[in-house]
Design a protein around this ligand. Structure first.
Ligand code: ADP
Ligand code: ZN
Length: 464
């Protein structure tokens, strides 16, 4: 029985980036003093009437468009009551795992409201309720059980994060809980006609947790099945500390929930024109940007992928080329030094101290020989740490290229006097010692002259 095969279906909850909550005007922003962002409607007082947030419905329709839903029976009514009539039905998302494309079918996306948070205080043995999150619009997206490995699941989550961020409907901060995943997983022999019994792993809040939870669950269910027992249909929780899942509660099937329409929420009808307007107003999606970078800016596919794969970086790039219209040079800086500092943990897109305009200016200064490009790193590190503009840094550290060539001549004269042997070699035809002199001169001049100036003077003086 070692040919057990995992099958996985995903439920992703995404908090929508609307200003207000789904049924009232309270702020839907993250955080806030406990219970400072609630009213009788979202704290569920009797006698209140919900008024549906139009933007929330527009956003879920956007979510539908970016995951390839199409609306077969326009302009029929779409009614937002959670289960029986989701806004979006039958879409798909293509993922790429290790170079292989795979299509994941999306069963439905529907709109719901988020719940509040309970904080358990051990000291006073009491539970405190924070209703700020109550009523924040949330979309739930449910896939078909089309995944068979953690890699596929993670590729999908990353793709959804990208699509939702570009669509502007969710900030997708898993660590803040604005995007959360439930993983449904079962095992069965590879040729089995039916799927095995699934466990639902609730609220996984990082791709790492998803991978670990799936790995553990495959191990756990394999043990159960191989010892002849049955896996129970239940909801389980994953612990980051132990790396294990534990049972929370047994899971009912959908039909046990007894759904009924909320009499206070009338059906919502979007006309064909309204849907078309939402579709037309969709922000530029990653695939479109990528194609534009390749065709307009002549970027190669890998570079384009690397830039679009982080929306914050990509937006930064867009703003930088608005200030300095040299996409290729700006992209090279971002793909190189910029991303290197991010990967080193020296800067993060959430707390940048400099602006896209500052970066554009730095690159422009180098391109126009106002500074020596060898000083890029020094200046950039100052910008990262202090947020000072490149001009201010160059003033302070005296990094401007000087028009005055006498300093260059003095340095080169000294180099020639100090190094008679390499000079002799050069004059005897050994071209490669030229590099040695260039390096030394550059170092001594601390970037206050351009390589072109140094080269010209050096060539002239070395000739003797
Ligand atoms: P419910 O509404 O009861 O939670 P659904 O049928 O909507 O159940 O399925 C919820 C999720 O579980 C979906 O992503 C689905 O693909 C997945 N799923 C359902 N059955 C299985 C199974 N046997 N193994 C793995 N995943 C499953
Ligand atoms: Zn409210």
């Amino acid at each position: 029985m070692s040919d057990l095969y995992p099958t996985i279906g995903l439920e992703i909850h995404a908090e929508l980036l609307t200003k207000s909550k789904v049924f009232c005007t309270c702020s839907a922003e993250f955080g806030g003093e406990p219970n400072s962002r609630c009213c009788p409607v979202c704290s569920g007082m009797p006698g209140t009437l919900p008024v549906l947030n139009h933007t929330a419905v527009e956003y879920i329709i956007r979510a539908g468009y970016v995951t390839n839903y199409f609306y077969p029976d326009l302009p029929k009514a779409y009614q937002i009551s959670q289960m029986p009539r989701p806004v979006c039905l039958n879409g798909y998302v293509d993922i790429n795992v290790g170079g292989t494309e795979k299509r994941i079918r999306v069963n439905r996306i529907h709109l719901e409201e988020d719940a509040g948070k309970l904080v358990h205080d051990e000291a006073t043995r009491s539970s405190l309720a924070d209703y700020n999150r109550c009523g924040i619009p949330l979309i739930e997206m449910v896939t078909e059980p089309d995944f068979h490995s953690a890699e596929e699941v993670i590729a999908y989550v990353e793709k959804i994060k990208l699509l939702y961020k570009y669509a502007g409907i969710c900030d997708c901060k898993m660590e803040q809980g604005s995007l959360r995943c439930d993983v449904n997983i079962s095992l069965a022999p590879k040729d089995a006609k039916e799927l095995g019994t699934r466990a639902e792993l609730k609220n996984l809040n990082s791709t790492k947790a998803i991978a670990r939870a799936i790995e553990y669950e495959i191990y756990r269910q394999t043990e159960i099945i191989e010892s002849g027992q049955k896996v129970l249909q239940e909801t389980r929780r994953f612990s980051d500390t132990t790396g294990e899942t534990t049972a929370l509660r047994s899971k009912e099937d959908a039909h046990d929930y007894r759904y009924f329409p909320d009499p206070d929420i009338p059906p919502i009808i979007f006309t064909e024109e309204e849907l078309a307007a939402i579709k037309d107003a969709l922000p530029e999606m990653p695939q479109q940007r990528k194609e534009r970078y390749i065709s307009q800016y002549g970027m190669n596919e890998t570079d384009a992928d690397n830039i679009i794969n982080d929306k914050d970086i990509c937006d930064f790039f867009e703003d930088a080329i608005k200030a300095y219209d040299k996409p290729k040079t700006v992209a090279n800086f971002i793909l190189g030094e910029f991303m290197r500092r991010i990967n080193l943990g020296e800067m993060s897109m959430d707390s940048l101290k400099f602006t896209p305009k500052d970066l554009a200016r730095l690159i422009e200064l180098g391109d126009t020989d106002k500074i020596n490009k060898n000083n890029y790193k020094t200046i950039f590190v100052e910008m990262i740490n202090t947020g000072r503009t490149p001009d201010a840094v160059c003033d302070e550290l005296d990094l401007w290229v000087k028009d005055d060539t006498s300093a260059v001549e003095a340095v080169i004269d000294k180099l020639i006097a100090d190094n008679p042997k390499p000079v002799e070699q050069y004059r005897a035809g050994e071209q490669k010692v030229f590099g040695f002199f260039m390096g030394q001169a550059n170092k001594a001049l601390k970037g206050q002259a351009t390589p072109n100036t140094i080269k010209a003077i050096l060539e002239q003086k070395l000739k003797g």
